[in-house]
Ligand binder design. Structure first.
Ligand code: FES
Length: 110
C-alpha cells in the first residue's frame, strides 16, 4: 500500500505543525483521530456537517474530487475559502498533501 505525507498546520498560534503518514484511501480526519488531533467531526465523518472543515494548501490534485454535497456543506462552514474541503472527504489518492486546520476556538465554545 502506498504511504504519503500529510502535513498539518494549525491557525491557532500555540499549535506546532506536524507531519504524519497517510495511506492511499485514508482521510485527513482518519489520520487526525488516530493521532490525537482534535478535528471536530459532529456527523461522524459521513459528509453530513461542516465541522471537519480544513484548508488544503498543497496537493489538492492528490485527493478525491469534491462532491456537490461536500460543496453544500462547505458553504455553511465558518470562513470558507477556495481551498476549503471537509477533512472526512479528503481521501488521499496519490501523493503528499498539506492542510491547515482553522482556529475553531472562537465559535466552538471550549
Ligand atoms: S465530519 Fe461531518 S462532514 Fe466531515
Amino acid at each position: 500500500m502506498s504511504i504519503f505525507k500529510l502535513t498539518i498546520n494549525f491557525e491557532e498560534a500555540d499549535h506546532e505543525s506536524i507531519v504524519l503518514p497517510i495511506a492511499a484511501g485514508e482521510s485527513v480526519l482518519d489520520v487526525c483521530l488516530d493521532n490525537g488531533i482534535d478535528l471536530q467531526h459532529n456527523c461522524g465523518g459521513v459528509c453530513g456537517c461542516s465541522t471537519c472543515h480544513v484548508y488544503v494548501t498543497k496537493g489538492m490534485d492528490n485527493i478525491e474530487e469534491i462532491s456537490d454535497k461536500e460543496e453544500d456543506f462547505i458553504d455553511r462552514a465558518v470562513r470558507p475559502r477556495i481551498t476549503s474541503r471537509l477533512g472526512c472527504q479528503c481521501l488521499v489518492i496519490n501523493g503528499d498533501i498539506e492542510v491547515t486546520i482553522p482556529d475553531q476556538s472562537g465559535f466552538m465554545g471550549h
